[in-house]
Design a binder for this molecule. Structure first.
Ligand code: G6P
Ligand code: MN
Length: 468
């Protein structure tokens, strides 16, 4: 079996340790020759990198492993680039979330004005990174998780229109399925979905049984309607003791399902449909940024550092051999999600996609692709997130059909905003930047848009390109 070489861009990301751990556990099914971490933040990457060094040494000794700041070393002879960068780092996430709150406007890292500011930084860095990867590995699959993925996808479509191995993905729709399907005792591996939208703004409109073609969605919606209080209680119990943000989000998601009970929406639709409610998600002084810094960042880095200090995992409480689920088999496309109990969904969904690619399994996955008749009544060229067949050489979208009026209006508005933002970035056009911010459903007001742009320019410093 071929052995693959992988680079993880954003080596210092808090998602990287889980990703490496999963790669380690899946060595039979996704055999690796080389893993390289790449980042521009030496300090963060060293913490994660040292953890990787110890883990691979013990559990994957034949693997070539390194971490580097050097592009050539990172991107040479790569089969897969997993990209999860955060342009501007967590400091700028803090600004994306908090600046809009000054004006009673949602601060969120991907939706609304926070996401637009992040988009400005991210598009610039992503384009450079893809060019660099392509310089050294023309044929590698580039699988991107970096946000704001809708905006990044619009930009990459324009700059790399013929690149069939460049894919933008997101875990959220799949996470929504994993939250709801257990209610009706259906496994995700049993179904294939019908889904449409922009990234972080989409709807499931069908959940079909792979064998019989039966649609489980009406059943699921009826279940939620009939057992609403019970489901609410279940969700509340599940999130007890966990980070507030995602708990609140899933409870609000359930309420959204109550108000619009005909499709299963993305959690992020909340920001567009209930901006006032979302504004109250947080206290301006304690946003998701603060939760992540005090929670995941602290925990993951402490974990990495403890293992580095011990110099080993085997025979310690960090031994991962015991974590592998003995029933795990790659006999279904969702196998990567069942390797061990508490694995991170980002890593698992990514590996699911990779398995479909390397095995040419043509499984159905949700990815962002250009609207080329998929939804005939939406803008041609819109970067739709839809169900696609994932094969070895390319990704082929399934036809969706026309979308309903309500969703069409919402999506066209948001797409206009995203398109204008990408125009603004590529043409360095500050008038388009103002149009993009004004067009956004959460901003709405041109005076507010001007104010937000001025504030973001200031806090972003060198990350903000010169607009003319
Ligand atoms: C979901 C979204 C991602 C986003 C992440 C943020 O997974 O799909 O696009 O980056 O949430 O999660 P965090 O825990 O960092 O707030
Ligand atoms: Mn996402």
């Amino acid at each position: 079996m071929k052995k693959y070489s992988v680079v993880i861009c954003g080596g210092g990301s808090t998602y990287t340790p889980d990703m490496m751990e999963l790669l380690c556990m899946m060595q039979k099914d996704f055999p690796l020759k080389k893993v390289v971490l790449f980042d521009n933040d030496e300090e963060r990457q060293k913490i994660v990198g040292e953890y990787g060094r110890i883990m691979f040494q013990e559990y994957y000794p034949e693997l070539e492993y390194s971490y580097t700041l050097d592009k050539e070393e990172a991107f040479q002879d790569i089969d897969f680039a997993f990209v999860q960068i955060r342009a501007g780092g967590m400091d700028q996430r803090n600004n994306d979330e908090k600046v809009p709150y000054r004006y009673n406007c949602i601060g969120q890292e991907t939706c609304g004005p926070g996401g637009l500011a992040y988009g400005v930084r991210s598009v610039v860095q992503m384009i450079d990174m893809i060019k660099d990867i392509r310089t050294y590995s023309k044929d590698a699959w580039i699988i991107n998780y970096s946000n704001p993925a809708a905006i990044v996808a619009e930009a990459t479509k324009r700059l790399f229109p013929h690149d069939k191995k460049l894919v933008n993905i997101c875990d959220m729709p799949t996470s929504v399925l994993d939250a709801y399907l257990p209610l009706i005792h259906v496994k995700r591996s049993q179904i294939y979905p019908k889904f449409f939208g922009l990234n972080h703004f989409g709807w499931f409109t069908g959940l079909y049984d792979k064998k019989s073609g039966h649609d489980y969605l009406p059943e699921l919606l009826a279940y939620v309607k009939e057992h609403y209080d019970e489901v609410h209680e279940q969700f509340t119990a599940k999130i007890k003791g966990k980070d507030d943000h995602w708990g609140i989000t899933f409870l609000h998601h359930l309420e959204m399902l109550h108000d619009f009970p005909y499709a299963l929406p993305n959690t992020y639709n909340l920001y567009y449909l209930y901006p006032d409610k979302c504004l109250k998600h947080y206290d301006i002084r304690h946003t998701r940024y603060d939760e992540v810094i005090q929670g995941r960042e602290t925990m993951v880095f402490a974990y990495c550092k403890e293992i580095a200090a011990l110099g080993k995992m085997k025979g310690t409480k960090y031994d991962i051999s015991a974590k592998i689920n003995p029933d795990y088999k790659v006999d279904n496309p969702q196998a990567a999600s069942t390797v061990y109990a508490d694995n991170d969904v980002h890593a698992a969904y990514l590996v699911e996609l990779v398995l479909s690619i390397i095995n040419n399994a043509n499984e159905i996955g949700l990815v962002m692709v250009k609207n080329d008749g998929i939804c005939p009544n939406l803008d041609a060229g819109m970067m739709l997130e839809v169900a696609c067949r994932i094969g070895k050489e390319e990704i082929v979208p399934l036809h969706y059909g026309p979308v309903p009026q309500f969703e069409k209006g919402l999506l066209e508005n948001q797409y206009a905003c995203e398109k204008l933002l990408v125009d603004a970035i590529l043409d360095k056009d500050d008038f388009k930047l103002l149009q993009a911010f004004t067009e956004n459903r959460i901003v709405r007001d041109a005076d507010l848009a001007k104010q937000l742009i001025a504030d973001f320019k200031e806090v972003n410093g060198d990350f903000w390109p010169q607009f003319q």
